[in-house]
Design a binder for this molecule. Structure first.
Ligand code: GLU
Length: 486
């Protein structure tokens, strides 16, 4: 078998949709699983949809996710150009379109807008109106065509689809699909602006670039029979098709911008880490064999067998992604975590607290970085809290008992010089042992006074280490006053 070659062929139209990222990832994995090549091709023939800066986004995303391409516009050598507008400038698409005209498989069409509008149209699967072209220009004489061309009349080039019979096409995920040829309209290959349509360019490029496996979203599935007719007309081998299932939101609607987390960049902005996004996206339409869910990119390369891809829609479950992100944060080395967490921490605490200590406390307790805020805001300002927070049924702590504990430990903590977690713990532990209490019986009221919260990252002594002596004592004294005034 020849070397596997896949391509990712994004159009520069903005942020990288999760579906596109998955296409890129699967194309990469299919190639790398077989030791093949992964190619980047920029499909910019639809000049109206071009968005400034979108190219940078594509390069940045591939780089950040580790989906390193072997060939592409920014690499030397290969079978370029890899940008379709540059390919168009070489005249390659027109050359092949003309070959089809010679063969009788395509023809010039000079019909104007008014005439096209008067034609019958049908509604495609995705709801768009498709004009069914009536092959009017197929019947023009050679002289008429020459005259029109000589007069500079605008034209498109259309494929000449058979009107009868059926076309069958094979997709490795979806199986055989057969469509009646009458449904395949005489689609445009070259537009009136001289650019090829996606429909034509993708076939020419995939062939010339030696692509063996075409991986893309299943929105292209219904057009694939038309592409096969082009391959057939040229006598070229049809590549293996791997169409990926739809990705939906929790309401089973196509994942769209509206849900707010439909692009890779949205997810980064929301505090997800790239590795977790890639890992999660891999599972949107592919099921690993065992129970393992956490995969590094290298592990994915080993495990990814595209035959285990699914054809049913995959639901993008943000909660699951959050869980997975939390697992990545737990496993991350501390310095990397700190670098990423610091801006979020700095946003909340401003009084010279030790940010690294705070980061260490939250590292295993958050799912995404923005969770940090609600976990640590008490380090900045003691929140208002209800005195009932002091009560702990199981540990038999009442407001009264809590007051006793605070009053008795206060002098110990006032005398304490070393406010490190270990030293503080040792001091309080001797008090606990001496009194024959349970550790929690003492720590609970202290932690309440120090944080005003039911849940905190870290216990009383860890919190004191961050707050420092002065602030810790101030909060405990304040707790005592409030409990006394009750
Ligand atoms: N340019 C197309 C897109 O961005 C690519 C489709 C394909 O991979 O063939 O959707």
């Amino acid at each position: 078998m020849s070397k596997v070659r896949t391509r990712f062929a994004p159009s520069p139209t903005g942020r990288m949709h999760v579906g596109n990222l998955r296409t890129a990832l699967y194309a990469y994995l299919i190639a790398k699983h077989e030791g093949g090549d992964f190619i980047l091709r920029i499909e910019d023939t639809d000049q109206e949809r071009y968005v400034e800066g979108a190219l940078d986004i594509i390069y940045r995303t591939l780089q950040k996710t580790g989906l390193v391409h072997d060939e592409g516009p920014d690499k030397d050598g290969g079978v370029g150009p890899y940008v379709q507008s540059e390919r168009n400038a070489t005249g390659v698409y027109l050359k092949y379109a003309k070959q089809l005209i010679e063969q009788g498989d395509a023809y010039y069409c000079f019909c104007d807008k008014e005439r096209l509008e008067s034609l019958r149209s049908r509604v495609s699967e995705d709801g768009t109106q498709i004009v069914v072209y009536d092959k009017h220009c197929l019947h023009l004489s050679r002289e008429e065509i020459e005259a029109n061309l000589a007069a500079g009349k605008p034209y498109v080039i259309r494929i000449n689809m058979p009107a009868e019979g059926t076309t069958t096409f094979h997709d490795d995920i979806y199986g055989d699909i057969t469509v009646p040829n009458e449904e395949l309209d005489d689609m445009i290959l070259i537009k009136s602006d001289g650019y090829p349509t996606y429909n034509f360019a993708n076939v020419i490029d995939d062939h010339l670039m030696g692509i063996t496996h075409v991986v893309r979203g299943n929105e292209y599935l219904s057009s694939a029979p038309k592409y096969n007719r082009i391959y057939e007309a040229f006598g070229w081998d049809v590549p293996v098709y791997v169409h990926c299932p739809l990705i939906t939101d929790e309401n089973h609607k196509k994942l769209s911008k509206r849900c707010g987390h439909s692009s890779y960049e949205d997810l980064l902005d929301q505090g997800f880490v790239s590795e977790a996004i890639v890992n999660y996206v891999a599972l949107l339409g592919w099921c690993p064999e065992g129970n393992q869910e956490i995969f590094s990119l290298e592990e994915l390369v080993k495990a990814f067998d595209y035959h285990h891809m699914s054809k049913s829609p995959a639901v993008f479950d943000v909660q699951k992604l959050k869980w997975m992100n939390g697992e990545y944060l737990k496993a991350m080395d501390f310095d990397t975590f700190y670098e990423m967490a610091e801006p979020y921490i700095r946003d909340v605490v401003t009084k010279g607290q030790d940010l690294k200590k705070i980061a260490a406390l939250v590292k295993t307790r958050i799912e995404i970085f923005p969770d940090i805020r609600e976990q640590i805001d008490f380090f900045e300002e003691l929140p208002e809290y209800d005195l009932s927070l002091y009560c702990h049924k199981k540990m038999k702590v009442t407001e009264e008992k809590a007051l006793d504990v605070l009053k008795e430990t206060l002098p110990l903590l006032e005398a304490q010089e070393d406010y490190s977690n270990d030293a503080l713990y040792e001091t309080l532990k001797s008090y606990v042992d001496e009194k024959g209490f349970k550790v929690g019986y003492v720590m609970w009221p202290l932690r309440t006074a120090l944080s005003g919260r039911q849940n905190t990252p870290g216990g009383a002594t860890e919190i004191m280490e961050v707050l420092g002596k002065e602030e810790s004592l101030r909060r405990i004294r304040q707790g005592i006053v409030r409990l006394e005034e009750r």
